[in-house]
Design a protein. Structure first.
Length: 180
């Protein structure tokens, strides 16, 4: 028996090109999404924690010279800076997956809130000592959150949360789209 010969009108199919290192997908399979939501969360958590601590220490260092208007401006600037930092890292680590940006945005909002609350506690400890802190914890444990709301005039407090959360998500989206 002789091997089958191709029909004269049909050409043989050329071999498939070899796979290149770093080639994102194989033909016939959908491309894999790059990025890791876990890395975006972890690095967003670390940056948010460091940012909240730095802001609390900044409030401690400047509370004697800082006016109410200055504190509000500093709060918004901090929220914006934190949004850029956390959003940049979340976009880089999360890739084009928008689900990876939600947790870092929430962490940035929490960091903005906790930065002010912890700053209040640091100032209270510096100005009044441990006795003032114990009295606050015994009689009015919600004083740091109350200071965040009343000291920043409610609307400014919410604006800082919106800037931190929305800015983080927006920045992560911009960076994540470039990672495609």
């Amino acid at each position: 028996m002789q091997p089958m010969q191709p029909a004269p009108h049909m050409q043989p199919m050329p071999p498939a090109p070899p796979m290149q290192p770093g080639y994102p997908y194989q033909p016939g399979f959908p491309p894999q999404r790059r990025g890791s939501g876990a890395k975006a969360f972890l690095l967003g958590w670390l940056i948010s924690g460091f940012g909240a601590t730095a802001f609390a220490l900044l409030l401690l260092a400047s509370y004697e010279d800082l006016s109410k208007v200055g504190m509000r401006v500093l709060y918004i600037v901090f929220a914006l800076g934190l949004a850029l930092a956390v959003g940049g890292v979340a976009g880089k680590m999360g890739g084009p997956n928008p689900g990876a940006y939600v947790a870092p945005a929430l962490l940035a909002m929490l960091a903005v809130f906790m930065g002010v609350c912890n700053g209040f506690v640091f100032v209270l400890l510096d100005a009044g000592g441990a006795d003032a802190f114990e009295a606050m914890m015994e009689h009015e444990a919600g004083a740091p959150a109350e200071f965040w709301w009343k000291g920043l005039k409610g609307g400014i407090a919410l604006l800082g949360l919106a800037v931190a959360g929305g800015g983080t998500f927006g920045m992560a989206s911009l960076i994540g789209k470039r990672a495609r």
